[in-house]
Design a protein around this ligand. Sequence first.
Ligand SMILES: NC(=O)c1ccc[n+]([C@@H]2O[C@H](COP(=O)([O-])OP(=O)(O)OC[C@H]3O[C@@H](n4cnc5c(N)ncnc54)[C@H](O)[C@@H]3O)[C@@H](O)[C@H]2O)c1
Ligand SMILES: [Zn+2]
Ligand SMILES: [Zn+2]
Length: 377
Amino acid sequence: MRMKAAVLHAQGLPRPYAETQPMQIEEVELDPPGPGEVLIEIAAAGLCHSDLSTVENQRPRPLPIIIGHEGAGIVRALGEGVTGLKPGDHVVALFVTSCGECRYCVRGRPNICASSFDARAKGTLMSGAKRLKRLNGEPINHNSGLSLFAQFAVVMRDSLVKIDPDIPLEDAAIFGCAVMTGAGAVLNTARLRPGEEIAIVGLGGVGMNALMAAVAAGASRIIAVDTSTQKLELAKEWGATDTFLAGNADCAAAVRDATAGGVDTVIETAGSIPALELAYAITARGGSTISAGLPNVASKFSYLHAALVSEERSIRGSYMGSCVPQRDLPMLLSLYRRGKLPVDRLKSGFVSLDEINLGFDRLSDGTVLRQILRPNG
Ligand SMILES: NC(=O)c1ccc[n+]([C@@H]2O[C@H](COP(=O)([O-])OP(=O)(O)OC[C@H]3O[C@@H](n4cnc5c(N)ncnc54)[C@H](O)[C@@H]3O)[C@@H](O)[C@H]2O)c1
Ligand SMILES: [Zn+2]
Ligand SMILES: [Zn+2]
C-alpha cells in the first residue's frame, strides 16, 4: 500500500529544521505484514528527545529511515500466525521487540532483548524483513522496529500491547516511551517505596513521568532539577517538594545542603554528561544514581573510583523503564485511569506530518514537553 511518511534522509543537518528539513514528507510503499507481523494505522505518535538525538546524529542510524518510536494506533491487518489481536483492536507500540527466547527474555528482562538490539542496528524488523521502500524501490530502514512517523506501520506482534478502546489514543501513545521510561525508572529500576526520597534531574517528557510516578508511589520528598525555570514551576505544581535550577556551579552544593548530604535515589532523565555528573554529585552515600538519559553514543562518564567503593554508591542504567511491557503497561494505564498518572498534562499540542521538522525545533528549544503527531489528520 501507499502512505505518507516522514523520511529522515540526513542526520546532523543544522537548525532550524523547519528550513533544512531533515525529514521529508513522501509517499512511500509499505508491504503487507509477513508472518508474526501486524499492520497498524498510527493514530498518535509522540516526539521524543531520542528522535531529536537521531536527527542531530548523536546516534548514527542507517539511512534513509523513518523514525518515531512512541505511539498508539489501531490494528488493520494481521500476518500469518499472529494471535491475541484482531483488526480494530487498539494498541500501544513499544520500541523494544522481545523474542521470548534469548538469555535476557528468559530471565524476565525483555526490555534488553538481544535480537531486538541486532535488528535495530540493521534497520530491520526482528523478523529480518524491511517492509518500507521509496517509490523508486530504494529500501527504507525501520527504527526500533516501529517507524511511527507515518500513516501506517508494519511491526512485530511482540512490539504491541492491546489496550482498552476507551483510552484516548493520543494519551495512550505517550505510554509507549515517556511513561514507560520515566515511571518505569522510578517504579521498576529504583523500586521506590512509600516514604522514600528521590531526585529527578531533567524534567522533559520522561522526567515529568518519573515525577508523577514518584508522587503516585508516595515519595516523602521529590527534588526536581532542570536548567529551565519554566519546567521547575510545572514540577512544583505537579508534586515536587523542592526545585533547583541546574546549569550553575552551586546547584549540587545547594541540593546537598538542603538534603543533609544528598538524596538516596537520583534519576537522570536529561541525556547529557553534565546532568549525569550533577545527578551523581547529589546522590547520598549508600545511594543510587539511575540514568535513563541517552547522550551521544560516544559520551563517557567518570567518577572517583575509591569513593564509589567507600561510599557504597551504585550507578545503574534504566532502559525502557526496566519494564516487562505486557505486565507494566496495564499497571501504568490503571494508574492513569485513577488520575495518578495524569499524562494528558504533558501534551504540548499536536503536529501534522508537514509540521514535524518544526516540532523538533521546538523540542530542541526546550519549550515543550510532548508534542503529538497525528499523521492521519
Ligand atoms: N532510557 C530510555 O529507555 C529512554 C527512553 C526515552 C528517552 N530517553 C532519553 O531520555 C532523555 C530525556 O528525553 P525527553 O524526551 O524527556 O527529553 P526532553 O528534551 O523533553 O527533556 C530533557 C530535559 O532535560 C533538561 N536538561 C538538559 N540539560 C540539563 C542539565 N544539565 N541538568 C538538568 N536538566 C537538564 C532540559 O531542560 C529538559 O527539560 C533523552 O536523552 C532521551 O534520549 C531514554
Ligand atoms: Zn523515546
Ligand atoms: Zn529476547
